[in-house]
Ligand binder design. Structure first.
Ligand code: NAP
Length: 340
């Protein structure tokens, strides 16, 4: 079996002076190991993803560019919960030295777990050690952001800031921290397995080199895209930020239906999860849009046709879309509730 992942360079978060072929430095995402055995599929997937990252950066494959040296390689995480762990895991697995990562996490048990699992340094509260951080990653709950910012701002005036907190607008963050070098991100939990989707928005003071540093960090957790209107991050929240929960919801419904039809829970779970995985990989590797793939398995009068007709009659698509609108609305409200 040929391991295509061996083509991916470990990502260094330190000073980057010159990158000859920038697109190659990005994590192309971890692929289901089963796919590594499919040499006819892998090059296609990789070329699609590579094109995606190349387009994202506005570079050609052979482009060369200079990136200014960052003064500090240290990354500080404020909050060491689920999302911080996902990013830290991605960074360490891709070669970032653990001693370059500092975490502020008040909960002793979480701190000890981060230290033993990843070997990072962890503090119970913000202190002068944070001054060495060039990039500060905010991974606290929206309701605790303001309080955490007030305790931390004084130690990280020179840093670039990256927030993954849902809803909290970059204007609030800039106001609390007293710096305009703020990037807002909306990741999702498949980041835990290197298959995350992250939407990013940068305030105008963020430089191209700052953005590239953020990209190198976020790319360790999967794919990313930039939006140039911050309001679109609420849409990203509704689609991919909350999205894994919708997928789990549909898996649960499929399992429940399977059990009612006489399958065991294990059998139904295997079929439901495997179908989501397989259909997603198929959609990713196919050149046709999902609507064509759907039509291809829906012959008139057949079983899939019966299911889809029932969904159409129950207006499932409209209901689902209004559920996503509710998520977007809630993301907007969080900004009002917990913002400056
Ligand atoms: N999980 C997701 O699916 C997801 C997706 C996209 C975005 N996000 C965003 O990511 C952010 C973090 O979410 P999460 O799921 O990682 O939450 P989490 O697991 O609860 O992690 C937040 C961590 O921050 C710690 N904390 C609280 N106050 C702090 C302070 N003043 N200074 C430093 N650390 C503090 C918490 O400690 P205690 O436990 O002691 O309070 C907790 O360990 C949230 O804003 C969320 O909106 C999450």
């Amino acid at each position: 079996m040929r391991n295509y992942s061996s083509h991916i360079e470990p990502i260094s978060l330190g000073p980057v002076i010159h990158i000859a072929n920038h697109s190659q430095r990005f994590n192309l995402g971890q692929i289901n190991p089963a796919f590594l055995a499919e040499p006819q599929i892998m090059p296609q997937l990789f070329s699609r993803r590579q094109t995606f990252f190349t387009n994202l950066l506005g570079l050609t494959d052979n482009s060369a560019m200079s990136i200014p040296t960052h003064t500090s390689q240290t990354l500080a995480f404020i909050g060491g919960g689920n999302m911080a762990s996902a990013i830290i895991g991605g960074l360490v697995k891709q070669g970032t030295p653990a001693n370059q990562i500092l975490v502020v996490e008040p909960f002793e048990e979480t701190r000890q777990r981060l230290i033993s699992q990843w070997g990072v340094r962890a503090l119970a509260q913000a202190d002068a050690a944070l001054k060495e951080a060039g990039l500060v990653i905010w991974a606290v709950k929206p309701q605790t952001f303001k309080e955490a910012a007030h305790a931390t701002a004084v130690f990280c005036q020179e840093a670039l800031h990256l927030s993954v907190a849902a809803g909290i607008r970059s204007s609030s963050i800039a106001h609390w921290l007293g710096t305009e070098r703020v990037v807002r991100a909306m990741p999702n939990t498949p980041a835990l397995v290197g298959l995350g989707q992250t939407g990013l928005f940068a305030r105008s003071a963020v430089t191209p080199a700052d953005k590239q540093w953020v990209e190198r960090v976020v790319a360790t957790t999967g794919a990313l895209l930039w939006v140039d209107d911050e309001a679109l991050l609420d849409a990203v929240t509704a689609i991919s930020g909350s999205g894994p929960a919708y997928v789990f919801f549909f898996i649960e419904a499929m399992v429940e239906a399977g059990v009612k039809m006489g399958l065991s829970a294990d059998q139904a779970t295997q079929l439901a999860i495997g179908t989501f995985t397989g259909a997603s990989q198929l959609a990713l590797s196919a050149s046709e849009p999902p609507s064509v793939l759907r039509e291809r398995v829906t012959s008139k009068g057949g079983t899939t046709y019966a299911a889809l007709t029932a969904m159409q009659n129950a207006r499932v698509s409209e209901l689902f879309q209004s559920a996503l609108q509710a998520a977007r609305q809630r993301a907007h409200e969080l900004g009002d509730e917990f913002g400056a």
